[in-house]
Design a protein around this ligand. Structure first.
Ligand code: BTN
Length: 235
């Protein structure tokens, strides 16, 4: 990943820029192409949220051009989280994962987030764009940044390490990804409140199933959550 790379100043979202490049008639972007931007005017997060990109944030998107099955689309967000965790650990930053793929400090503040957008066609995606935002030297209120634990990290060093880990982890089979995810989790064993399209699920996060869904033990029994927003209760 990143052998084809564009560095841009201000863009709407690196997610859009990668798509424009992929569709370009003058040399479309190859698999693994990366767009990094200094600022985004319409950076987006999961579940329709805004992602604030100011100076000191590392914001980039990777083009995945291989045909992806629905199983790949479930596996990949977790694999990307594991890759981000591996990269930050290698750089000396203490961190853990909140389901599905937020990178947090051990005290629960957000260091980085991942957004996977797939262009679906029936049961398959023709391509997908993986966007990552990392608070390197600055963070919005309540969030954390990498310089709190490793002050001299450069964005280039972080980008290089994350791309290296992504290339490795996206190629791994689901059982390896899920086992590693569990070992780096800040979610399992904790009381959680999960907001899903069908309502709120409250209980203790117990496990991931073999597809990567979150299993929450509620008063009414074990519930399987395939998509949602987890709040760690009591933090
Ligand atoms: C989240 O935690 O909700 C995901 C945040 C993803 C932000 C990144 S920044 C680079 C890429 N471009 C975007 O517009 N979003 C992603």
């Amino acid at each position: 990943f990143g052998r084809a790379l564009r560095y841009q100043g201000t863009v709407t979202s690196t997610q859009d820029e990668v798509r424009f490049w992929a569709d370009s008639e003058r040399g479309p972007a190859p698999h693994g192409a990366v767009v990094v931007a200094e600022r985004q005017t319409a950076g987006r997060g999961r579940r329709g949220r805004v992602w604030d990109t100011t100076h000191g944030t590392l914001a980039f998107s990777v083009l995945l051009r291989e045909a992806l099955s629905l199983a790949d689309l479930v596996r990949m967000p977790l694999a990307a989280g594991v890759a981000l965790h591996a990269a930050c650990t290698a750089l000396g930053v203490p961190c853990g994962l909140k389901w599905p793929n937020d990178l947090l400090t051990p005290d629960g503040r957000k260091l980085a987030g991942i957004l996977l957008e797939a262009d679906l066609r029936g049961e398959e995606a023709r391509r997908a764009v993986l966007g990552i935002g990392i608070n390197v030297g600055t963070a919005p209120e309540g969030a954390a940044h990498l310089h709190e634990s490793v002050p001299d990290l450069t964005r280039a060093a972080v980008l290089g390490e994350v791309l290296f880990q992504l290339e490795h982890w996206l190629a791994q089979p689901a059982p390896a990804i899920i086992a590693t995810w569990k070992a780096t989790s800040l979610t399992l064993g904790r009381p959680v409140r999960v907001t899903t399209a069908r309502g709120t699920v409250e209980g203790v996060a117990r496990d991931l199933d073999e597809q990567g869904n979150l299993l929450v033990e509620t008063a009414a029994g074990l519930e399987t959550v395939s998509a949602g927003d987890v709040q760690l209760v009591g933090q």
